[in-house]
Write a protein that binds this ligand. Structure first.
Ligand code: HCA
Ligand code: CU
Length: 462
């Protein structure tokens, strides 16, 4: 059965401008364990004292997942891993000519010696050992086999094939893993694929098909440069494409949101599985299909991961979607009315970027020549925040910007320090959002004002 090692706390913390606090790391480990990943790479203890504390705390949580400490091939690093109480140490040492000659300045023989000595030392301390030939994809194949077999003989039971600079393509990964499987002594094979050409998960899936055992992931695909495969995409690819049914799919959205919040690393709307647009349909042809049978334009039911399908209404929209949206507000239309409303939506949509429900109802009122008394589902509000004097306002702003429903944020002068514009589905949702904002460290006081009508910049009323 295939496995996942999640490295959000190690590779993920190597994302430019990202650092986690201790409590956040513990929560991330808990959430990962709840999803059911087999291994959590909790950090490299040589990097900093706080990383050591974090690994130690996580190792003491008694999670189901195996806790892995990453380490260079030095006694010092392995000793630290031991002090932290990790179950396994993952020792990395590069094997490609580029790394050996330019970075490490070691011969192949010296490298072999350093790697096997480190592994033997780790085994003598009672560790399970993974060995990573860093830059494996650019390593001479014969040397790669030689080093990995020496590592296995020294006591490693896992090899991590690292495509460190993401230069492989799926067909190459497939071939290389097949050959490795044939020539390696018994061991498990991990795939650590970087995403420099956007091929990380494709390469990893090809490697799995060729006989590898485990994919390394991070939440939201974080990591050095362009990162490695995203946890949720990997879980869903395993589940839907390979029939692997052992992870908690419903935990994926939560952990992704938690990571956005704590890292300040935003998801692109078009990101698969967890991105905002992943289940949003727009064109008339698509929405018509989806409203008849969602399978027409959805690769899987968003309900599987606790998400909902969304239909955007704008100039691309067809009759079916408009009728269905107005029906949600109890407005039924005859065919001529519907046609005129769609036509007007196309006119307005040609000039205005976004149409909210209130706009659509207003258009319907205009076309039908009567007042429609409904409360749009969405609530807009202005939220003013004052910040504790010892806290940087920008730190609070950064957190605020991560919240899905906060559409704009301004640092201002006067009684309050921050003004933001927020959207909520209903009053309960608004209340939750405000409660969440109040928990942001440094938020002293909030003041909320509901928006009755919005006048956009060009003067059009909302
Ligand atoms: C690093 C290198 C590494 C190691 C991967 C692994 C890589 O950043 O230290 O141990 O499986 O990409 O080669 O992340
Ligand atoms: Cu890496």
């Amino acid at each position: 059965m295939v496995e996942i090692l999640d490295s959000t706390l190690r590779e993920g913390e190597q994302t430019p401008y990202v650092n986690f606090l201790l409590d956040e790391k513990i929560e991330i480990a808990r959430l990962l364990d709840a999803v059911g990943v087999e291994m959590i790479e909790a950090g490299d203890p040589s990097v900093s004292p706080n990383i050591r504390v974090a690994i130690q705390k996580i190792a003491s949580l008694n999670l189901n997942a195996e806790i892995v400490a990453h380490s260079m091939a030095t006694r010092h690093g392995i000793d630290y891993a031991k002090e932290c109480g990790a179950d396994r140490v993952a020792i990395f040492y590069a094997t490609s000519a580029i790394h050996l000659e330019s970075k490490l300045k070691k011969s192949k023989e010296e490298a072999l010696q350093i790697i096997t000595e480190a592994i033997r030392y780790a085994v003598s301390l009672g560790f399970k050992v993974r060995y990573t030939p860093e830059d494996a994809s650019r390593t001479d194949f014969e040397f790669l086999v030689q080093v990995c077999n020496a590592a296995i003989q020294a006591g490693a039971d896992r090899i991590s094939f690292a495509d460190t600079v993401g230069i492989f393509q799926p067909h190459q990964m497939f071939k290389q893993i097949r050959r490795l499987r044939e020539q390696l002594l018994p061991c498990k094979i991990d795939l650590h694929c970087h995403n420099d050409y956007g091929l990380a998960l494709a390469n990893a899936m090809a490697g799995i098909r060729a006989g590898a055992d485990c994919i390394h992931t991070t939440v939201n695909g974080m990591g050095e440069r362009t990162g490695i495969p995203d946890l949720s995409e990997t879980v869903m690819a395993y589940h839907n494409l390979e029939g692997v049914n052992k992870y908690d799919l419903r935990g994926l959205t939560e952990i992704s949101g938690y990571l956005e919040k704590t890292s300040g690393f935003f998801l692109a709307p078009n990101k698969p599985v967890t991105g905002q647009n992943a289940f949003t349909h727009k064109s008339g042809v698509h929405t018509n299909g989806v409203l008849k049978d969602p399978r027409t334009y959805e690769s899987f039911d968003p309900g599987l991961i606790g998400r909902e399908r969304k239909i955007v209404i704008d100039k691309y929209t067809g009759k079916r979607a408009v009728a269905s949206r107005l029906d949600e507000y109890g407005i039924q239309l005859n065919p001529t009315e519907l046609e005129r409303i769609v036509e007007e939506i196309k006119n307005v949509g040609d000039h205005r970027k976004l149409l909210f429900d209130a706009d659509i109802i207003e258009i319907a009122e205009k076309v039908l020549g009567r007042r429609i008394d409904v409360i749009p589902h969405e609530i807009n509000a202005l939220l003013m925040i004052s910040v504790e004097s010892h806290v940087y306002t920008s730190a609070v702003v950064r957190r605020l910007k991560n919240l899905m429903n906060v559409t704009s944020v301004y640092e201002v002068t006067g009684e309050y320090d921050i003004t933001s514009y927020i959207k909520a589905a209903d009053t309960a949702d608004l209340n939750n959002l405000i409660e969440e904002i109040r928990t942001i460290p440094g938020v002293k006081q909030t003041n909320t004002r509901l928006v009755l009508k919005k006048h956009s910049e060009n003067g059009a009323d909302r």
